[in-house]
Ligand binder design. Structure first.
Ligand SMILES: *Cc1c(COP(=O)(O)O)cnc(C)c1O
Length: 382
């Protein structure tokens, strides 16, 4: 028998989350008299650990899919996706351009080198492109002072049929926590990028879900929003749980108890003896450790559900195991089901918060050694 741990993916939760997020944004945009937004569903990093194939099928209602890796874009075409695909970091070499053209991809152009690579290539079809403005993230994008020239060069490439339709784009640094920074970034974008094209892409999950965001947008612009994390049932906001946003978990990490220990007062648990029993208690050993993608930094008290009852981690997480308090779960025994996060367990955001990280990192990091099961689309967990 394989080691009793698995990760379950629920495509109907993914589809539900997309419908929920897009409906919420459509309402907000209509309320501000804006053009209905379109959506790139972001599926980078193997669809945030959920798998490209289930994501492609679950996000059929999206207008396009966005990712970083060429091979993930190719997988989408192989899965039958015919709508747009966006490479969020564009091409990494001149040779990528023809591959992108061959698969009908849309690219981001964020640096002068990419424009140079394109100058010396003859493509089988023009590449639609978003020219990216750096509005204060200081990661990718042309600065305001270079943007007009970059856009001009892109237009020249459009003349020679290397680039196709040209849009403009930016990315927000603090949309999850500080609206005033987003407002400033948007003002910058409206000043320097927006005049060049009415095909515009802004907005991660936090901006997509923020119903105040549309007040900084312009009429007659076709915005293509780029939600990612929220589609996977994790909240981008520290103080707003996913269920409040009516998002459903789509990834469930599950294991079983493989041993039960009976502790007496004073017994100490695991590496470093970081937990000491204050009275006699039962301790469960779970077949899940950091080599499975569970965060090693999860402290004593991190929530976990054992046999349907919520309890907590005690002792340090080791490579292949972790230990839990069974005091309140007398029926727990070897073979009892343990949900680390997801449906029937704590939310991935709760585990992340306890461990000093984000749901993003945990969802992406489930290890390849953990067997993955994808539920049938009509087999919803709720
Ligand atoms: C990852 C990413 C997104 C999606 O961000 P979320 O916070 O997951 O919604 C959007 N745009 C770009 C450029 C990204 O890299």
């Amino acid at each position: 028998m394989p080691r009793p741990i698995s990760v379950r993916i629920d495509p109907s939760a993914l589809a539900h989350n997309f419908a929920q997020v897009s409906h919420r944004a459509q309402q907000a945009y209509a309320g501000h008299g804006l053009v209905p937004p379109r959506f790139w569903a972001v599926i980078k990093a193997n669809a945030y650990g959920h798998g490209i194939a289930p994501a492609v099928h679950a996000f059929q209602a999206a207008d396009g899919l966005a990712m970083l890796d060429l091979h993930e874009a190719i997988q989408c075409r192989e899965q039958g996706w015919t709508k747009p695909l966006l490479l969020l970091e564009g091409i990494f070499s001149a040779a990528d351009a023809e591959l992108a053209a061959h698969y009908g991809l849309t690219i981001v152009v964020h640096t002068a080198e990419q424009l140079q690579w394109l100058q010396h290539t003859k493509l089988s079809q023009p590449l639609p492109a978003f020219i990216k403005l750096n509005t204060g993230m200081q990661r990718l994008g042309f600065d305001a002072s270079d943007f007009a020239i970059a856009f001009q060069q892109a237009k020249a490439l459009q003349q020679q049929a290397t680039l196709g339709d040209l849009g403009v784009m930016t990315h927000f640094a603090r949309a999850d926590e500080d609206p005033s920074t987003t407002q400033q970034q948007m003002a910058h974008f409206n000043q320097y990028a927006a005049p060049h094209s009415s095909w515009q892409s802004v907005g991660n999950s936090a901006a997509t879900l923020n119903t105040d965001f549309p007040q900084w947008l312009q009429p007659n612009v076709q915005y293509w929003l780029r939600p990612g994390i929220c589609l996977y049932g994790s909240s981008p906001f520290i103080d707003l749980p996913a269920e409040t946003l009516r998002l459903q978990p789509a990834q469930t990490l599950e294991a079983e108890l493989i041993a039960v220990q009976h502790l007496k007062a004073g017994d100490q648990v695991g590496y470093g003896h970081t937990f000491t029993a204050t009275q006699s208690m039962r301790l469960g050993v779970v077949a899940c450790g950091y080599a499975d993608g569970y965060p090693r930094h999860a402290p004593n008290g991190t929530p976990v559900v054992v046999g349907g009852i919520r309890t907590q981690l005690v002792g340090r997480v080791s490579m292949d195991m972790l230990t839990v308090d069974l005091s309140a779960i007398p029926h727990a025994q070897v073979g009892t089901k343990v949900v680390l996060w997801g449906h029937g367990g704590p939310s991935v955001d709760e585990v992340a918060q306890a461990s000093g990280t984000l749901g993003y990192e945990l969802l992406c990091a489930v290890a390849p050694r953990v067997p993955r099961f994808v539920l049938a689309e009509d087999n919803h967990e709720k």
